[in-house]
Design a protein. Structure first.
Length: 297
């Protein structure tokens, strides 16, 4: 393809020749983040949404493995599956279609308490609020509810004192369910695949976050951008990462999650990479991310 063809395909954003011959993720100045001290008590939880309206960028993988890594550091973690596809639940070895009660029941049935839905996982220190396709109906039913944007926040409130972190795996959409997750959260982590079309959607997501800050949840902050599926051997990957650094600076986590075949294996196994392949680069990356998240909290 000619240089002009490459320019046209990218909407003129990328030049024909890369600006960054070296790997910007490796060349970036780094500071050592030590393991955090042990906690004397648990709670109240910091609630973090992992959000990106583009699918396939590593939201669910990051939710599971960040949660497992935080638990390794002595933190109590609640994972919230807030996607009707139930990928988070399935990734922890749970069959979503067999569940009698899910986050849907918790949000829309007053008689259902959070303890009725809560499940223990195979990861010590990590619990789960599961989901399945029933949740897809919630977006329609919530439209007529008073205070519909705060429904998830009200549902989670009784459990916040029992955990140090609540991680919400959002669906790939900027609809009412995602607004509920952002309204319930203290922070947002944006997993971003280092690919051009992922980068284009971040501006829209940041605009949604700012609207939620202004109208519903003034305490909401952008905790960070997490580069996922990164391949520093490609010009495209390096260029996208450089653009992300230019746009967001210190908001970009030092941790970069490289592309690896290990993550699909963990989905089949129904466990996090920290236990499936504890010495892998993926496991080390999410442990480093956990230290960064705690340091930024």
């Amino acid at each position: 393809m000619t240089s002009s063809g490459r320019d046209d395909a990218a909407g003129g954003l990328f030049p024909a020749e890369p600006k960054t011959p070296t790997d910007p993720a490796a060349a970036r100045p780094r500071r050592e983040i030590p393991d955090p001290p042990p906690l004397q008590r648990h709670g109240p939880a910091r609630v973090i949404s992992l959000c990106n309206q583009k699918g396939g960028v590593g939201k669910t993988t990051s939710t599971i493995n960040l949660g497992a890594s935080l638990a390794e550091l002595g933190r109590r973690v609640l994972l919230v599956d807030f996607d009707p596809q139930g990928a988070l639940s399935a990734g922890l070895g749970i069959a979503p279609h067999q569940l009698e009660r899910t986050t849907y029941n918790l949000m829309l049935e007053r008689s259902v308490h959070i303890d009725d839905v809560l499940l223990k996982t195979g990861i010590p220190g990590v619990d789960l609020l599961p989901s399945n396709i029933d949740l897809s109906a919630a977006e329609i039913q919530l439209v007529t509810e008073v205070g519909r944007e705060q429904t998830l926040a009200r549902s989670l409130a009784p459990a916040l004192g029992d955990y140090d972190y609540v991680l919400i795996d959002c669906q790939p959409s900027l609809g009412l369910l995602t607004v509920n997750a952002l309204t319930a959260s203290h922070g947002v982590i944006i997993p971003l695949e280092c690919e051009f079309f992922s980068l284009r959607g971040v501006a829209l997501l940041v605009d949604t976050i700012e609207k939620v800050q202004d109208r519903l949840n003034p305490q909401l902050t952008l905790d960070g951008i997490l580069a996922t599926m990164y391949d520093g051997r490609t010009n495209h990957g390096r260029e996208v990462f450089s653009r992300v650094l230019e746009a967001f600076g210190d908001k970009v986590f030092q941790t970069v999650v490289a592309r690896t075949v290990r993550f699909p294996e963990t989905t089949v196994a129904g466990e996090p990479i920290t236990s499936w392949a504890p010495n892998s680069t993926g496991a080390k990356a999410y442990r480093a991310l956990a230290r960064e998240v705690i340091a930024r909290s």
